[in-house]
Design a protein around this ligand. Structure first.
Ligand SMILES: [Zn+2]
Length: 204
């Protein structure tokens, strides 16, 4: 099993709340726990199903990141630890199917480029919507595009920043975790662009 496969496998088999609990974090009813990565009086670490995010110090990641950070060990050692602690018995015996014609490294690089482009396009669209669909009067019903521009902007800007400026390890994990999201986003953006009647803007 390659490294990427191990991280992927761990993510699909382990839920973040279980992992957090296993290593001693107690979350309150709204899914927040005291963050072990910074002095945290009010629980500010939110535990989601597949990742955690600290609203205090910005710590963020999946199950492997969590263990790596908590025990100050490498990603690989964290994967080994999770494998052992949760008795998953993942081994490196599994054969990796050879279905790709390009090398995994090239596929990854290509994905990074397209992900950046897709996100950029989508974020530009959201910016436009925020102006074009802004309600003209206080009691006008909000246009779905306007609502989307407000609710999605931060999330996707964050993803965009991580894809552009994240560490290599972080980007490789995004490659595993955000593959579907980006694919759907590309399809959606394409449909919306086609549907848009106004003349196409010049790509920068
Ligand atoms: Zn924190």
């Amino acid at each position: 099993m390659t490294l990427d496969n191990i991280f992927e496998e761990l993510k699909s088999r382990l839920f973040m709340p279980d992992v957090a609990r296993f290593y001693g974090l107690e979350n309150n009813r709204s899914g927040f726990a005291a963050c072990p990565f910074h002095p945290d009086k009010t629980p500010s670490l939110k535990i989601y199903e597949a990742h955690y995010h600290c609203f205090g110090c910005g710590a963020h990641g999946d199950v492997t990141d969590f263990v790596a950070r908590l025990f100050r060990i490498s990603q690989y050692d964290a994967a080994v630890k999770l494998n052992a602690d949760f008795g998953l018995h993942l081994t490196n015996q599994r054969t990796v199917p050879m279905q790709q014609s390009v090398s995994p490294e090239v596929a990854y690089r290509n994905w990074l480029h397209s992900a950046e482009r897709i996100l950029n396009e989508y974020l530009n669209m959201l910016c436009r919507w925020q102006m074009e669909y802004a309600p003209k009067t206080p009691d006008e019903k909000l246009h779905p595009h306007f609502v989307e521009s407000l609710t999605k902007m931060e999330q996707y800007r964050y993803l965009y920043d991580r894809i552009r400026f994240g560490t290599d390890a972080e980007k490789r994990r995004l490659y595993l975790t955000e593959h579907e999201t980006l694919k759907k986003l590309a399809e959606r953006t394409k449909q919306l662009t086609v549907a848009r009647s106004a003349p196409k803007r010049k790509a920068i």
